[in-house]
Design a protein around this ligand. Structure first.
Ligand code: SAH
Length: 216
C-alpha cells in the first residue's frame, strides 16, 4: 500500500472533522494526524474507510482506536516536543506514530506478541523510532526508564494501575480510561506532589480491556 494523493486528501478532511466537529484545537495533534498514514496500520480491506472516524479490528482480537479518540487522548496529554511519554497498549502502533510525529520520546508496552512484532516492523518501515518498545505487562510500567512526563493508557483498566502513577514525574499527567469492560470513563491524573494527584473526567468511552501478564 502506498500513501497516495487520495489518502492525503482524505486525511486532510479527517483533520478538518477533528478540528470543527470534535473540537480538537492542539495544532501539534492535528498536524501529527495529518502526517501519519493511518491506512498503513490496518488491513487493506479497510483501506477505503481508514480516514472515517471508525475503529477497526487488528491482530489478536484487538482494535485500532477511533481517530477522534486518538486525537482526544493526545490533546489531553498536552505533549510538548522532547517529553518522555510512556504508552501502555501499542496495538498496531498508530497512536505511537502520532506521539512520535508530535516529537515526543516514546516508550511503549504491548502484551500481545503478534502486535508487538507488527508494530515494531511497521514503525521501522515508516522510519519512526520509539525510544523503547517492550513486550510486557503494562500494569508494571517501565521502571527502568521512569520518571515519565506523560503516560497514556490505550486500553480500559478495571482498577487504577498505581505503579504507573509512581512512574510519573511531579507535574506529569496520565490519561487513562477506567471502569468495567462495557464502558469506561476517560480520566486525566496530574501529579501535584510525590503522592498527590488531581483527577479530571472526560466522558464515556469503550476501549478493549487492559489485561494482566502477556500473551504469546
Ligand atoms: N494505541 C493502539 C490501541 C490498541 S488497543 C492503536 O493505536 O492501535 C489497546 C491495546 O492495549 C491492545 O493491543 C492490547 O493488547 C493492549 N493491552 C491490553 N492490556 C495491556 C497491558 N496490561 N499491557 C500492555 N498492553 C496491553
Amino acid at each position: 500500500m502506498q500513501d497516495s494523493f487520495v489518502h492525503k486528501g482524505k486525511r486532510k478532511n479527517l483533520v478538518e472533522y477533528l478540528r470543527y466537529r470534535i473540537g480538537i484545537s492542539d495544532e501539534n495533534v492535528l498536524s501529527a494526524m495529518n502526517e501519519i498514514p493511518r491506512h498503513l496500520f490496518i488491513e487493506s480491506i479497510f483501506e477505503d474507510f481508514a480516514y472515517e472516524d471508525r475503529a477497526f479490528p487488528i491482530l489478536a482480537h484487538q482494535t485500532i482506536s477511533h481517530p477522534s479518540t486518538v486525537a482526544e487522548q493526545s490533546e489531553l496529554l498536552q505533549v510538548k516536543a522532547g517529553e518522555r511519554v510512556l504508552e501502555i497498549g501499542t496495538g498496531c502502533g498508530y497512536q505511537t506514530a502520532v506521539l512520535l510525529a508530535m516529537k515526543a520520546h516514546v516508550f511503549t508496552v504491548e502484551r500481545q506478541k503478534d502486535l508487538f512484532d507488527f508494530s515494531k516492523n511497521k514503525l521501522r518501515e515508516l522510519g519512526l523510532y520509539p525510544k523503547f518498545q517492550s513486550f510486557g505487562d503494562g500494569f508494571a510500567g517501565l521502571p527502568t526508564f521512569a520518571p515519565f512526563d506523560k503516560i497514556i493508557v490505550t486500553c480500559g483498566a478495571g482498577t487504577l494501575p498505581t505503579e504507573l502513577l509512581k512512574q510519573l514525574r511531579v507535574g506529569g499527567k496520565m490519561v487513562i480510561p477506567l471502569g468495567p469492560t462495557d464502558e469506561q470513563v476517560l480520566y486525566r491524573f496530574t501529579k501535584v506532589g510525590p503522592t498527590e494527584f488531581e483527577k479530571e473526567e472526560f466522558g464515556a468511552y469503550k476501549f478493549v480491556p487492559m489485561l494482566g501478564n502477556t500473551n504469546q
